[in-house]
Design a protein. Structure first.
Length: 411
């Protein structure tokens, strides 16, 4: 079944949000990969100040995921999604229109807050609207997100030939268009009334030891995904001496996702439990990072790239196996009323731990020309360790959904 046929099989709200995810990644990657260079070369900020500007954006997003998830539960996901896209429109517009540090910090805060709002809200909306087709819906998300993540930097690099401000305004325009589309076509979902306070909701989530263990175990997924933008490009350029090798990694990763995600998810959904799929996916991701340890220095550049390229492919395949079932399983822990809160808590916990893992990998790389063996062993250990942790949770019956949720396919 083709991607478009699958997409048309879903109701309009899910189709809109899947296309929205494509637009979100186009707009995001159109701007963010080039922001540091702009702040250094055009604005003249020091490396330390640039780190603060970018760090504020990350902190605003990672630290407020739980707030965005709770807002989706209590105010309705539709309004939170629209607000998030509108805030990113303003944030990216500020990057284009100002070079003063206070306004640049404000732009970073707004763009980070935007992600903290619409990321858990979108996934909560899809989880409720897709019902028993959640894994398939989240697989579509991955396909369109990957396509947007590839197109965004290509469009951004072309617009940078004109001016960074044009690229930033284009990114803002993308989010403005998404905001308008959601206002017009995205229907509201019913909100479950409750007398519990937000703090009680958070306390319930934090007290759910099964879910916290699950979130900690899956931090490795985010940490390893980040390496597609960190050590894999560094090693690809190092072994070939050609910057174009980095583009090859991204293109191959995207093509693999576009062609294999839906049939792979469908096959696993019919034949393998969610817990087993997640375990296998993390193991594949981790094992892939052992391949660059192969000694091929004396080979031609194309052959020297193969272990790195194979690692990128296995990372992509592992994400394709793992991610749809992780996102499908979160609502099973949450129950219907706290779906957004649990998505927010999941992204908060796993995101913080993943940031720590990424920092450790960066420290292992240090100032080396290429990527040293210690970094490859560390990333492989993260993936295989996560696989082992999920296996233990599955073996101990900790991946059983909440009573109100379906138990199909869980073991």
């Amino acid at each position: 079944m083709s991607t478009w046929t699958t997409l048309r099989g879903f109701p309009l709200p899910i189709r809109l949000l899947v296309v929205n995810q494509f637009g979100v990644n186009v707009g995001f990657y159109l701007l963010l990969p080039y922001l540091a260079g702009y702040l250094a070369d055009d604005v003249g900020l020091s490396a330390a100040v640039i780190g603060i500007v970018l760090g504020v954006r990350n902190l605003s997003q990672q630290g407020l995921f739980l707030l965005g998830g709770s807002a989706a539960d209590r105010l309705g996901a539709r309004g939170v999604i629209i607000t998030g896209c509108a805030l990113r429109t303003v944030g990216f517009g500020l990057f284009a229109l100002s070079t003063s540090l206070p306004l640049l910090l404000a732009a970073s805060i707004l763009s980070g807050l935007a992600g903290a709002l619409f990321n858990p809200a979108v996934r909560s909306y899809v989880a409720q609207a897709a019902a028993d087709r959640r894994a398939e819906a989240f697989a579509l998300f991955n396909v369109f997100a990957s396509a947007g993540a590839l197109l965004g930097p290509l469009l951004g690099s072309a617009l940078l030939l004109v001016d960074f401000r044009i690229a930033a305004l284009t990114a803002a325009a993308v989010f403005a268009a998404l905001t308008v589309a959601q206002v017009i076509w995205l229907p509201a979902q019913p909100v479950t009334a409750t007398e519990a306070t937000v703090w009680q909701d958070w306390r319930d989530g934090i007290a759910d030891r099964r879910f916290l263990a699950f979130s900690v175990a899956l931090a490795g997924m985010f940490a390893l995904q980040t390496q597609l933008y960190l050590i894999l490009p560094v090693q690809a350029e190092h072994v070939t001496g050609q910057p174009v090798a980095v583009a090859v990694l991204f293109v191959v990763s995207t093509v693999v996702t576009l062609t294999l995600q839906l049939p792979l998810t469908g096959w696993l959904h019919r034949r393998v439990s969610r817990g087993a799929s997640i375990t296998a996916g993390m193991a594949v991701m981790g094992a892939g990072f052992l391949l660059p340890l192969l000694r091929v220095e004396s080979a031609p550049p194309v052959l020297r790239l193969l272990p790195v390229l194979a690692a990128a492919v296995l990372l992509t395949v592992g994400v394709m196996i793992t991610q749809p079932f992780v996102l499908e399983l979160i609502p099973a822990f949450a129950g219907q009323r706290l779906t957004g809160t649990y998505f927010g808590l999941f992204y908060l916990v796993s995101g913080i731990l993943a940031a720590g893992c990424t920092a450790a990998v960066g420290a292992a790389v240090g100032s080396s020309a290429g990527v040293p063996p210690a970094a490859w062993l560390l990333t492989a250990g993260v993936g295989l360790g996560s696989a082992g942790a999920v296996w233990l949770l599955r073996r101990g019956g900790q991946l059983t959904p909440a009573p109100a949720a379906t138990s199909a396919g869980v073991s």
